[in-house]
Ligand binder design. Sequence first.
Ligand SMILES: [Zn+2]
Length: 159
Amino acid sequence: MIRYALVCAKGHSFESWFPNSAAYDKQAKRGLVACPSCGDTRVEKAIMAPKLSGTRKRGAARAPVAPVEAPAQHGSTAPVAMMSPQENDLRQKLKELREHLTKNSDYVGQKFPEEARKMHYGETDPRSIYGEASLKDAKELHEEGIEFHPLPTLPDERN
Ligand SMILES: [Zn+2]
């Protein structure tokens, strides 16, 4: 004997015993299996398994999502990069450029905007200088058409 959980076309669920699964198929096909609630013979096997283990399964299915849902951890870490040899090369070049710039130009510190203007307006001979400029200074210099570039900063030197 085999017990089936069945459901009729109207959604009533009930249980019924059959000699075997083939007997169920035959009886159901012939309309011999009727719903005890409404007599509907359009019945089919209720799918019990997912219902019974549903809660646990849903929980398990949600679990892999958790690491994705934890961006806080991600955000709090500093950006790091595994650099390929080419990128390491580039980084080295950036460092060299920076060293070249600082070695071959005069450090003028806070006087950078002033010195840059003097050069721009021909008051002093053009030369390479580097120094500090506030955002406001930088903006003003830019508006006056004075070309300058921020010194390349290496990723690990940033604060
Ligand atoms: Zn029914």
